[in-house]
Design a protein around this ligand. Sequence first.
Ligand code: GLA
Length: 530
Amino acid sequence: MRTCMTLALAQSGQLLPLAALNQPSPAPRRHSRSFPTAWSLATAAGILLSAGQAPAAGVDGTWRIDLQRAGGVTVPTYFILKQSSNALDGTVVINDSVDLPLRHAHMDGSNAVFGVDWNTDYILRPDGDVLRVTLTYGGQSHEETTAHRVPEAEARPPRALPLPAPHSVPANGLAPTPPMGWNSWNHFGGNVDDKIVRETAEAMVNSGMARAGYTYVVIDDTWEGGRDAAGNLVPNGKFPDMKALADYVHSKGLKLGIYSSPGSRTCGGYEGSYGHEEQDARTFAAWGIDYLKYDWCSAARVYKDSDLQAAYQKMGDALARCGRPIVYSLCEYGMGEVWTWGPQVGANLWRTTGDIQDNWRSMSDNGFSQERLTPYAGPGHWNDPDMLEVGNGGMTGIEYRTHFSLWCLLAAPLMAGNDLRTISAETLDILTNRDAIAINQDPLGKQTERLVQRGDLELWVKPLSHGARAFGVFNRGSEAREVRFAWAELGLASKPLSLRNVWEHRDAPPAPEGWQGRIPAHGVALLIAR
Ligand code: GLA
């Protein structure tokens, strides 16, 4: 039930990526006082005058705020408001990227009050020609800024460009086993910069993570600066020289990944690849990029859901022609049953869920909902239930071992999402467990399936090469449980020759009748039977 709901939501596009709803940078935010630009006010005035109208009273109309974001980038958000006396309705184009309907919208005297999701609430107070705006994030931090009236056309998305007819992009031969690496988003959000990436690469090598198999260092959203006069994508002030950074990461024996969107804006409101796909793929290749995460975000404003495959194919084609092997990671939260067409667009992995958060509920919803996707994973193309949260502090050690065990059994990409520079011994122990990683990286490339579900107890199996099998005995409940499974329930004709307990780091002689053990609340026993 849980499975169906999560996936159904994702497919209908209702399950929005969390970061599209949140503001992207956990850093303290400043508001821009540089707005309005002369251009936008002149345009607004021109349009109003040419229509021979006086400015509408109250908050009715289209308004823009500009928020200053990491890297010195300014990101607009638009309010398209319909006010009729006390009634208020409309849309917010958050980060110029995602259209969200107003929730709980009402007028409080002359002030407009609404939220756009669970996380951001707005109060707009008319003050002469402008609106004084208070944004409240998660009921906690505040930001004050000013909204200026703009022509409605300014808030509209760019026109949809033609998309290629469906064809098969040749497989790039990369990711024969699930990609392993690190991604900046879960821990650093908008704070990632050149220094953090370099230090992460160093830490990946020095901590032993690289030796354990972690290779890709991926810069997520908020690195983009815009385009130069020739239309080339350029980094913002946080990344002074992307080619030099790639050279540095390569000098450590690692690979560098980057992030973009098929839309004109990323979820964070930064520059996307829309209309520049070939050019951006060539730029990435010239910098020495080895991995691209390509996030739908504002593409939803220009394309229809039925365009998903063609839009992803467009970049798949561009990567195939860019002259450099680049792992292609789709991020569209599982919409349009991406697992059924991902390989055709040249993808090596595709997100199957909304954004993970660093808590038990989110992690287990994402991880345990993957069962019906088992047939779609295999060498070169993997289901991705989102990046790891291990070590970020929101779960217990037991829960992080469950998280990692589940991702290993799922043959999911293992993209660490914590701060590797300050990694604790316990987190390192989890992320570098050799037996768990061997399960994930097994060359057979099979994703786990659920064998038994008994209330909160679940038994999952992953076939491994040479006839071995990995088992995860999960206790999703909040009480420790004594568990017994007969070998037949594990799908074994008789007791295996050997049984390795992955987290206990030991082989235990298998008992004749079956396996038994105690699993703590939210815990797992991860076993390899040979
Ligand atoms: C979306 C993705 C996240 C992250 C953010 C960045 O929410 O799902 O993984 O890339 O965008 O803005």
